[in-house]
Write a protein that binds this ligand. Sequence first.
Ligand code: IPD
Ligand code: CA
Ligand code: CA
Length: 285
Amino acid sequence: MAAQPSTPDPEALLRIALEAAEAAVRIIVDERPAVLGTESKSTPTDLVTEMDRRSEAAIREVIHSHRPGDVIVGEEGGATGGDPGGAPDDTPDGMDTPDEMTVTWWVDPIDGTTNYVYDHPGYAVSIAAGAGGTVLAGVVADPTHGRTYRATSGGGAWCDDEPLRLGAPRPLDHALVATGFSYDAATRRSQAELLSRVIAEVRDVRRVGSAALDLCAVASGRVDAYFEAGLSIWDYAAGALVATEAGAVVSSIDGGDVRPGSVLCAHPELAEDLIRTLARATEAT
Ligand code: IPD
Ligand code: CA
Ligand code: CA
């Protein structure tokens, strides 16, 4: 009888993600060229640099050296690998269907490329691994502050040696809320219109420029909530696990399951209020 595929060990996946993130950070920090070549992607303001590509190549090499059969979905290199039956998956959220035990990795080699280009704080390396419809391990490395966030499904969330804790619960009108914008100008205008309503209902708003760090900021109590439309799975897979494991609610902006294009993350005592407020603001715009 053929052996049944076993569920991958989250801790083993985490160790690989940490090794890959360390290799990527070494490249983007230590080997940053004096003059950084940039190109545009989806719009003239959506940048990619040679360092995004080199970072992703280094991450892929580490993952492949340990787990040559896995699927890797990287922002710059697309979906590769896996056995023909197992992937890449065609589900809308990019997750494996639950009966598949093929491990998929979601890689954002530099989340916050605009910040990286400007040498502005607020970029990260984001790596997550999952199977069977669940993200099992995630790492977000923040080189500017020398912090590495990590989590495994059911194993808690950490920043270096410290377990992560959400901030104290706050009402929405005292909440610091992070968000982000699309690279598409028309989409950004409608996001700004929505925000112009929400900003009046909260303490203040932050736009850091890295979705992965925004999610880790909720997990660490540096902001109370975060929402963004238009993200891809590699932007949020690792950070969402870190935030969930720290005790935050992670959902879509309308309160359903988190999905590409719609991510909300908040202290549990704040989530419903924020979801209602965003729904009202959406109706009004
Ligand atoms: C971007 C960042 C940003 C978010 C954008 C993302 P990138 O990722 O996460 O904070 O607002 O939606 O695309 O392009 O720097 O990898
Ligand atoms: Ca990104
Ligand atoms: Ca990126």
